[in-house]
Design a protein around this ligand. Sequence first.
Ligand SMILES: *Cc1c(COP(=O)(O)O)cnc(C)c1O
Length: 426
Amino acid sequence: MTKNESLFSEAQKYIPGGVNSPVRAFRQVGGTPVFMKGGEGAYLYGADEKRYIDYINSWGPMILGHRHPAVVEAVEKQLHKGFSYGTPTEMETEVAKLITQMVPNVDMIRMVSSGTEACMSAVRLARGYTGRSKILKFEGHYHGHADAFLKKAGSGLATLGIKVAGGIPTAVSEDTLVAQFNHTEEVKAVVNQHRAELAAIIVEPVAGNMGCVPPVAGFLEMLREECTRHGIVLIFDEVMTGFRLAKGGAQEVLGIQADLMTYGKVIGGGMPVGAFAGKKEIMSRIAPLGDVYQAGTLSGNPIAMAAGYATLQMLNHHPEIYKELDVKTKFLASSFARLSQQYSIPLAINQLGSMISVHFCEGKVTDFEEARKGDNDRFKKFFHGLLEAGIYLPPSAYETWFLSIALSQKDLDETVEKAEKIFKSF
Ligand SMILES: *Cc1c(COP(=O)(O)O)cnc(C)c1O
């Protein structure tokens, strides 16, 4: 048995599937998950003593790379002052203020401890605000694991082949309508039929949980228009895209403003943080100001805020980071396009900023149906070939890769060189 096999076998005795979040179990690609024991810059270090170039970056948060000195320093400072007080702290106001500067349409923001909590709370708020019950989401979009969202919910469930999630009351699930992302006419019809009952439309403005799938021209504009026309709250789930695509997230890049936004991942710099934010008029309905209740013992946790604040400040003061990430990610995208041509392997490459994914199929991938066409056997070989070569990709074609600024051109060159060997072998 390898070190990973024995660690995994022991983990499976005490933890369901040996993991604390399903995607880590390598179910789509097979094999044994790599247990990590350290991270530094662009690299993860495995229990097997191997070095891996990291393209997951904890599924997004580590945009500055692992153990960025500014973040380490901020966390170390706070460690000496205590872990949690359960009282307001000045730092929470500083974080909130900074975010209102980075994202133009945030009047107010409430911190929570995960992206799931953020989306769940935003939907409750939208329901309280509108007095309506139904929500509309899109196939292949993931908004965390709250009851209302586990319908056609993208990567995690798709990877495991779960068609109907267990444990969700029919009454809850009936209030969630699902349409196809990027299908304008279908969405308009659903909205028209249910407009009086729709509290919110929740959308990943750039989808990242069926691979990376950007919106087609006009789609989000149409959502914005329909929501304004019918008094529906438009929620952008920016848990993945927030502070990753730009300071102002997908809203800034795409030039569209939602009514409420949810955040997670980058906002905590690697600590468990989420947030929901938006217009004052809506946010004022949250307790203690209003009647929509939401709370959290560890919300705004001082150590988590220290890591998040240091990360966000870095991004705020160095906007060139986004340009640099885009250049690096484009280099990967164009290199893979070249390999695809050179070796006649059909490949759909989607990339926006530092988000990129590859599907081994002909044509474009613009919705979940198309994302499913990918040749999984080929993806498996690609994934395991690169893993063997010390390059750590998400273990599912339904997941987006996230780059960090710590990646050097040498790391990228090495990645392409190793990828070429696998293309040759197909
Ligand atoms: C990761 C993710 C979530 C859930 O966040 P957690 O912190 O895992 O609960 C919600 N929405 C999107 C778009 C995500 O990518």
